[in-house]
Design a binder for this molecule. Structure first.
Ligand code: SF4
Ligand code: MG
Length: 340
């Protein structure tokens, strides 16, 4: 069975005159139709670069490995072939909906235009379809709102319109990069619900890029945690929340506010800062921040600093890149405990 999206050993390198930055270093994952993979990490972890690589939008980077969409290798396609696939087979939704919308055209015109371009639909059919799409993404009075301009929409309505535009060409894969980060909490929840509903109805494969494990808890089936351009851990979402295997994942989970926190509880954060991608260290990229390594015996600490851990089997369906993965904790975090 060919998965919808299969990424193997993806490497992305940016060369500048001064330095060479390895933004993504050996990432592998699959996204199946009807499932959502949450790609989680801090800024600079390589998650956005990974999604841009899949979309074929990294003109100036050295990209290697394999990215196959329904069995078709994307890294060997021409720019023209790729731009035909974008929109038609895969579409992207970004953090800022205004960047995806043209201020001088009505929302309806822009959705219709995407349909016309990829389907060769007639003007009238494309307009009708645009109104249907606006209705499908939950915009009230879609026929009237189709004639309005982006600035007449609220932030949440704009993101709905962008989702309508992304789905207007019936893609198989939707890549959403921090689609709710710019929105207030209530609207965030609504947009995530919308994406989850559309995903089920249309059996989309979704790649959800986020720094927020709360978002992952809401919409993802599977999770890939990235750190310093590498995979830290991969797991089904419930397993990851119940029992994180990687110390970095544990740190991320610990920094999520819980429902039972007292109001004055201090923010728990992971001490230290993300690694420099321009001068990677030989061992585990998380080693300078890892309290587990700091507390370990000398021999293990030496391994952490000298030897890069590779993703290896942890449990069925799970991989972890750590020399000393966590065992079964006494008190796991349930993902329903998370405040959002
Ligand atoms: Fe920590 Fe070592 Fe595991 Fe890296 S390999 S996460 S430094 S214990
Ligand atoms: Mg980003």
């Amino acid at each position: 069975d060919t998965p919808l999206l299969r990424v193997r050993d993806l490497q992305v390198q940016f060369e500048t005159r001064a330095e060479s930055v390895r933004a993504v270093d050996g990432i592998s994952f699959t996204v199946e139709a009807g499932r959502t993979l949450g790609l989680v990490g801090e800024s600079g972890s390589g998650k956005s670069v990974t999604s841009m690589a899949v979309m074929g939008l990294l003109r100036r980077a050295r990209v290697s490995g394999s990215i196959a969409l329904a069995g078709r290798e994307l890294l060997s396609l021409t720019d023209q072939q790729l731009s035909r696939l974008r929109g038609r087979r895969m579409a992207m939704v970004f953090q800022d909906p205004l960047s995806a919308l043209h201020p001088a055209y009505t929302v309806g015109e822009q959705i219709a235009e995407a349909r016309r371009r990829h389907f060769g639909a007639g003007r009238r059919a494309a307009r009708r379809h645009a109104v249907d799409m606006l209705g499908e993404v939950g915009i009230p009075e879609p026929a009237r709102r189709a004639g309005e301009y982006p600035h007449q929409f609220s932030g949440g309505m704009r993101q709905r319109a962008v989702i309508a535009m992304a789905l207007s060409c019936e893609p198989d894969l939707l890549i959403a990069d921090e689609p709710t980060t710019a929105l207030d909490v209530t609207v965030q929840a609504q947009i995530l619900e919308l994406i989850a509903r559309l995903q089920q109805q249309r059996q989309l494969g979704v790649l959800m890029i986020t720094h927020d494990l709360g978002v992952v808890a809401r919409v993802a089936h599977d999770v890939l945690v990235m750190y310093g351009g590498r995979a830290a851990e991969q797991a089904p979402v419930d397993d990851l929340f119940r029992q994180p295997a990687h110390p970095y994942t544990r740190g991320l989970l610990d920094s999520i506010p819980r429902l039972d926190d007292p109001d004055d509880a201090p923010l728990r954060t992971i001490a230290g800062s993300p690694p420099s991608l321009a001068s990677p260290i030989p061992g585990c990229p998380f080693a300078p921040r890892c309290s587990r390594a700091a507390e370990a015996e000398e021999a293990i600490r030496a391994r952490c600093t000298d030897e890069q851990p590779r993703p290896s089997y942890y449990a069925p369906g799970r991989l972890v890149a750590c020399h000393l993965p966590l065992g079964i904790p006494e008190h796991g975090t349930s993902r329903t405990d998370i405040q959002h």
